[in-house]
Design a protein around this ligand. Structure first.
Ligand SMILES: [Zn+2]
Length: 343
C-alpha cells in the first residue's frame, strides 16, 4: 500500500517526490507578495517529519546555507519520512539584513502568535499553522548576533533518555548547553507541544562561516540517521563526543574603549585568567577582562569597540572540563582547512 501524499499550504507532495512551495506570508508596502520558501522531500517509506529551519532571525545566514546543502545532499534522495527545509523564516528581516521584523519585534519571541496579533504574532501563527505543526522533530538553526560569534553548540532542554537528548548527542557539536526555554521562542513552543527540538548555534550574523556550516550539515544528517530517516550507506562511526555544560556566563567590559582579546573561541580558560584588555586609544586608561569561571569560551564579541558592561566572552562551565576541552579539540581538528576565504 502506498503512502499518503504530504500536504503543506494546500500543496500535495506525492511519496517519493519533492516540491518547492512558496507559502504566502504578507505583502510589502508595494503590494508585492512575500513568501516563506519551503522545500518538502516526501520519502516513499514512512518515518519522522523533520523540520530544519534557518533565518528566524533575518540576519543569521549560516543556517540558510546549511538548509541549501542539506536539500542538495545525495543522502536524502532515499529518505524515510519527510524533510521540510525552510532556509529563511523571517523573510522581512532577511531582505533588510536585520534580525528583526519591520515592527522591531523578534520573531523568536512571538510564538505561538495569533492571527489577530502584531505583525510578529501573525507571522509566527502562520509559520506555526502552515509548517511547524506538521513536524515531529525540529532543528532550528541560529548564529551569534551581529558582531558576535559562537562556537558550534547545541541548545536544548535535556531530559534523561528523552528524544531531544538522543538528537543532541547524535548531532556531534562539541558543546551542548542544557538551556532554559525562552518564552515566545520556537523552541519553547515546540517543547510545550511535545515535539523534540534542537537549536544549533554557530558562527556570526551576516557571515558565512564554513567551520559553522559544514558541521551543521553533518550534524543534521547525523540526527536524521539516528532517527532512522536515512538508509543506504551506514556510518558505523559514532558521532564525536559532546559535553553538556552545566551553566554559562559572560565576562564583560570593565571600561569603555578598544578591546585586545587574548583568547580564541574554543579556548579553555581558568577562573581569573586574563581574556583581554580594554584601553582608550592612547593606552592611558586600561582595564582587564578576566574570566569569571573555569570553562570554555563558547562565544565572543568580534567588534573591538566596546562599552563598559558589554558582554565580551561567553564562558561555559562543565563538570568534566577535561572532557569538554578534548571534545572541542577533536572538533576543531576535524575541520578541513577552509578554502581561500571568499568572504
Ligand atoms: Zn538567532
Amino acid at each position: 500500500m502506498s503512502r499518503a501524499p504530504f500536504e503543506l499550504a494546500g500543496v500535495r507532495v506525492a511519496p517519493g517526490s519533492r516540491s518547492q512551495i512558496d507559502v504566502p506570508v504578507a505583502r510589502l508596502y508595494t503590494h508585492a507578495p512575500l513568501y516563506i520558501p519551503v522545500e518538502v522531500v516526501h520519502g516513499r517509506q514512512p518515518g519522522p517529519v523533520m523540520l530544519v529551519c534557518g533565518g528566524i532571525h533575518g540576519d543569521e545566514i549560516n543556517g540558510v546555507e546549511i538548509v541549501r546543502r542539506l536539500l542538495r545532499s545525495r543522502q536524502i534522495q532515499r529518505l524515510r519520512g519527510t524533510l521540510i527545509g525552510v532556509p529563511i523564516v523571517n523573510v522581512f528581516g532577511f531582505v533588510q539584513h536585520s534580525r528583526y521584523l519591520p515592527d522591531r519585534r523578534d520573531l523568536n519571541r512571538c510564538f505561538p502568535g495569533s492571527e489577530a496579533g502584531s505583525l510578529g504574532g501573525r507571522v509566527a501563527a502562520l509559520f506555526r499553522q502552515q509548517i511547524v505543526d506538521h513536524a515531529t522533530h525540529i532543528i532550528d538553526l541560529h548564529t551569534g548576533a551581529i558582531h558576535r560569534t559562537n562556537l558550534p553548540q547545541i541548545r536544548a532542554q535535556l531530559t534523561p533518555d528523552g528524544e531531544t537528548e538522543r538528537m543532541a548527542n547524535a548531532f556531534g557539536a562539541p558543546v551542548i548547553l542544557n538551556a532554559d526555554l525562552r518564552e515566545g521562542s520556537l523552541r519553547h513552543y515546540a517543547q510545550t507541544r511535545g515535539t523534540p527540538v534542537l537549536t544549533y548555534e554557530a558562527g556570526e550574523a551576516l557571515r558565512f562561516d564554513e567551520w559553522a556550516i559544514a558541521p551543521g550539515v553533518r550534524g543534521v544528517l547525523r540526527v536524521m540517521r539516528r532517527l532512522g530517516m536515512l538508509s543506504g550507506e551506514q556510518r558505523r562511526r559514532s558521532p564525536p563526543a559532546a559535553e553538556v555544560a552545566n551553566g554559562s556566563s559572560w565576562a564583560r567590559a570593565p571600561i569603555d574603549g578598544i578591546l585586545r582579546p587574548r583568547v580564541r573561541l574554543g579556548a579553555r580558560v581558568a577562573k581569573g585568567e586574563l581574556l583581554g584588555r580594554v584601553a582608550d586609544p592612547f593606552g592611558n586608561a586600561e582595564g582587564e577582562v578576566r574570566s569569571i569561571a573555569d570553562g570554555i569560551v563558547i562565544g565572543m564579541g568580534r567588534l573591538p569597540l566596546v562599552n563598559e558592561g558589554e558582554a565580551l566572552f561567553h564562558i561555559a562551565r562543565f563538570d568534566a572540563i577535561e572532557e569538554a576541552e578534548s571534545a572541542v579539540e577533536t572538533f576543531q581538528s576535524s575541520l578541513e582547512p577552509p578554502p581561500d576565504a571568499l568572504y
